[in-house]
Design a protein around this ligand. Structure first.
Ligand code: NAP
Length: 304
């Protein structure tokens, strides 16, 4: 495979997602504390300029112990190739770094078209790599943005420059379209799975009014909770980490928390990961396929 020298081969099976570091409802002190704990664990981090002042919180913690700075994925894009360099710079500056391991390509507008058609963006991707601003790329996919990556993958444009794909993949969501998913699996492309626990414990998603941020997640929790219970696995976090890593293409799962005890659950779940029994995976995969046709592909973009 062309990914033998890729940064993605070096990834940790659990990645700390940093949205909570930008949450103003949590004290600055608490956010520094969880960021430090995650940094001390040695896992990779996933971050973005749009997560409030998460980058500034990270910059503060990184400056304390430069030797412990984690490897990072940052979100970059958006509408045209001219934006890419500036977006990387607005991320790495507050982090106090000269580059990061992976850029998560969020493709919209002209950039998405160019990507699908094997255009100039690939030259720019290579230039930014040559300059050391990023060491590699993963392409983001949502149901409504799956088509350009699918076209590019089928045409072979991603070969040698795109290291993998990144999308929501957890028991309640699989946000690559069915077609893109099948193509990724068939071509054995690396995947980074996002939203490890689908936003929280499945019983809270199912039973606590307002806990699920969208109604469809509550309904999906009703379908998935009995499968989780039948597995006899006690911890939802463990179930979810094992679920993501049941797919051989999955290299890592990105989960977020503001609490050290929940971070510790993620960290213990990433040790000696055992795939879930095939029957459980098949059952959830069938739900993913059904949900994709019934809802995900029909949804207004960015509403779920
Ligand atoms: N398009 C994108 O690039 C994109 C979109 C969404 C997410 N992401 C990335 O993925 C990361 C994770 O996404 P996410 O936060 O939406 O989903 P998630 O990791 O599935 O869910 C995080 C939520 O689950 C709770 N939680 C975690 N462990 C728990 C436990 N053991 N018990 C009870 N509650 C627990 C956390 O609350 P506590 O704080 O109370 O622990 C938090 O509210 C983000 O930080 C971000 O880096 C990327």
């Amino acid at each position: 495979m062309s990914n033998s020298r890729s940064a993605i081969n070096d990834i940790t099976p659990y990645i700390y997602g940093t949205t909570k570091l930008g949450d103003e409802a949590i004290s600055h002190e608490e956010r520094i504390k969880i960021a430090r704990a995650a940094m001390n664990s040695g896992v990779w981090f996933h971050t973005a300029r749009m997560y409030g002042n998460a980058l500034e919180v990270l910059g503060e913690v990184f400056a304390e112990e430069p030797a412990k700075v984690p490897k990072l994925i940052i979100k970059i894009g958006w509408e045209n190739i001219g934006q890419l360099r500036g977006v990387i710079e607005e991320n790495i500056k507050p982090l106090g770094l000269s580059g990061v391991q992976l850029g998560q390509l969020c493709l919209g507008g002209e950039l998405a078209k160019d990507f699908a058609n094997g255009g100039d963006c690939y030259r720019v991707f290579q230039d930014l790599k040559d300059e050391g601003l990023v060491q590699g790329y993963v392409v983001e996919a949502f149901p409504w943005t799956s088509e350009p990556p699918l076209k590019a993958l089928r045409a072979g444009y991603t070969e040698g420059i795109i290291d993998g794909f990144i999308f929501y993949l957890n028991p309640l969501q699989r946000f690559a379209s069915n077609e893109l998913w099948n193509e990724i699996v068939e071509r054995d492309q690396p995947i980074i799975a996002m939203r490890t626990v689908s936003g929280g414990p499945v019983h809270s998603l199912r039973d606590v009014p307002g806990f699920a941020w969208k109604d469809y997640l509550q309904k999906r929790a009703v379908e998935v909770a009995p499968i989780f219970e039948r597995s006899t696995i006690k911890s939802w976090t463990e179930f979810c980490v094992r679920f993501a890593h049941s797919f051989p293409q999955v290299k890592a799962t990105v989960g977020s928390t503001s609490h050290v005890e929940n971070l510790n659950e993620f960290l213990s779940a990433k040790e000696n990961i055992e795939p879930l029994p095939a029957s459980i995976c098949k059952e959830i995969e069938a739900l993913h396929h059904k949900w994709s046709n019934e809802l995900d592909m029909l949804a207004e973009p960015w509403t779920m």
